[in-house]
Design a protein around this ligand. Structure first.
Ligand code: SF4
Ligand code: SF4
Length: 508
């Protein structure tokens, strides 16, 4: 641990027990451990009563909460016209139809690699956020944070702010206490139920499913999914809260390995705050020509913390970097007429810089941030390019295994195939299939009558696939090699669009 020597204002590595900051470590509500060998694997939970706070970061959190929850609850009802043959829901995971719809993007099962690309971008995006501003995902965007924040708001509405709530819980419970708790849990359950309800709407036409759910006609799996999500939301956001971040989530551990000294983290500027003392004592010390820190030890930063962390103890696994302690401390500093920013997004390097009389700096552009941004740009660019240029038709071919070939009475060698034709456009299309690689061959669609002009076309409905049986017969005077590579070409007879697939033609 590094502390400031108040006489020299230099950084000295000092063991916490021996330092003037030892009481900070002891005061940390999360992560404090009993001395000696008896370190429990699980610290008994102390109920946290986070106090409401006003300020810049609270406003950002509230805006993010409204936007993310608004998107989650309302997105299934956004309509998107895809014609009569496809569902008109903007975002839909259509398991029966084996499609994923996202506004103008429609993914087929064979395009699941786009999901891999999305996961890569999401993971590297998290790394990038971490490299720039620590656990900004945890503090503002993580569903656990967002829903817990909403549950806190409901709790304050019903049970009052920190002080009032603590006093009520500390007194003997009356009928009014039970009634309050009942209302709170009812509201929590309603939010949890809506959360589960909104989730299933992403898997079916939302207005139809809402009617089916209301009239008891929806599938059992819909009710079961809602029940499971209601339970998990109520439990995780209402009861487990910070325990999820401390014990269940792997991200705090991963980010500890990913972060570096330049990442901005919510930091208590101990160079300015220590030695902490009351405003009155500080005045007294100043009058005597002695130094006093700006921290007045009011504990406002601890009281607003949703995970119960005292950020003045230094970096802490329990800190989700939500910035609420910054707001709380800024409010205190403003009231005292002192400069804000005693707690701020900063780095330990900058604290050292200031102590040494050097200029602090922020270095966002670094090798790791450039690398992360480049990976995101490349993965995103490849996905956008392939999406923009992907074919709207496709062909897959499976050769018959038994028999591999048949010698016909007219001397030809025949191989049979199952051809699947894919039409990704939202209209009927006519296709023909030809084969390259066997100059003296013919191709027949088995069981498909020829058109009036004698040619055989295959009509495939909008956004559908169709399987046809195809026989390729080779009449070459010289029998083909035991295995000849051939090329199946699927041609849209109207637009001329082509898709190709290689397979083999077998002979004696
Ligand atoms: S809110 Fe600011 S002044 Fe009050 S204890 Fe926290 S750091 Fe010190
Ligand atoms: S210490 Fe501050 S930034 Fe960290 S979780 Fe608590 S309030 Fe949020």
């Amino acid at each position: 641990m590094i502390v400031v020597d108040p006489q020299t204002m230099s950084l000295e590595p000092v063991a916490p027990q021996a330092s003037g900051l030892a009481h900070l470590v002891a005061a940390a509500e999360v992560g404090s451990e009993p001395p000696g060998d008896e370190i429990p694997l699980y610290v008994p939970r102390r109920k946290i009563y986070p106090q409401s706070v006003h300020g810049k970061f609270r406003n950002i959190k509230s805006a993010v909460l409204l936007v993310t929850l608004g998107i989650y609850y309302l997105l299934p009802f956004v309509r998107w016209d895809r014609g009569p043959s496809a569902p008109s829901q903007a975002v839909l995971i259509d398991f029966p139809g084996r499609r994923f719809y996202f506004f103008f993007i429609e993914l087929w099962p064979q395009e699941v690699y786009y999901l891999t690309g999305l996961l890569i971008i999401a993971a590297i995006g998290l790394f990038l956020m971490n490299a720039v501003a620590g656990r900004v995902w945890c503090g503002y965007l993580c569903p656990q944070t967002v829903w817990t924040d909403l549950f806190f708001a409901i709790e304050r509405l019903v049970e009052g702010d920190r002080r009032e709530h603590m006093q009520r819980d500390g007194r003997a419970w009356t009928a009014a206490t039970y009634a309050r708790k009942g209302v709170k849990h009812f509201l929590w359950l309603m939010v949890a139920w809506w959360t589960g309800g909104a989730w299933v709407l992403y898997f079916a036409d939302a207005p139809t499913l809402v009617k089916q759910l209301a009239t008891g006609q929806a599938a059992f799996v819909a009710y079961a999914s809602i029940a499971i999500l209601t339970f998990t939301t109520y439990t995780l956001a209402g009861h487990m809260r910070e325990q999820v971040c401390l014990y269940m989530c792997p991200w705090p551990r991963i980010q500890a390995a990913l972060t570096d000294e330049y990442a901005l983290n919510v930091t208590y500027r101990y160079d300015r705050g220590e030695p902490r003392c009351s405003a009155k004592k500080a005045e007294h010390l100043h009058a005597q020509g002695q130094s006093a820190g700006d921290c007045v030890d009011c504990l406002q930063c601890v009281h607003v913390c949703p995970t119960g962390v005292d950020i003045r103890g230094g970096a802490n696994l329990g800190c989700i970097q939500c910035g609420l302690c910054i707001d709380a401390c800024d409010n205190v500093m403003t009231k005292l007429g002192r400069a804000t920013g005693l707690i701020a997004y900063d780095t330990d390097i900058n604290i050292k810089q200031r102590i040494e009389g050097k200029k602090p700096f922020v270095r966002i552009v670094r090798i790791r941030t450039i690398l992360y941004a480049a990976i995101i740009a490349v993965a995103g660019g490849i996905m956008i390019f392939t999406l923009a240029t992907r074919d709207s038709e496709g062909i897959s071919v499976i050769h018959d295994r038994n028999p591999m070939f048949v010698r016909m009475s007219d001397g030809g060698i025949r191989n049979a195939y199952t051809v699947r034709i894919v039409n990704k456009q939202l209209k009927y299309r006519d296709f023909m299939v030809d084969v390259a690689g066997l100059p003296s061959s013919t191709i027949d669609y088995l069981g498909l009558p020829p058109r009036a002009d004698g040619r055989q076309w295959v009509s495939v409905g909008p956004d559908q696939t169709r399987e046809v049986r195809v026989a390729v017969t080779d009449y070459n005077a010289t029998p083909p090699a035991p295995s000849t590579t051939i090329l199946f070409r699927l041609i849209d007879v109207h637009s001329g669009a082509v898709a190709e697939m290689r397979d083999h033609f077998f002979g004696p």
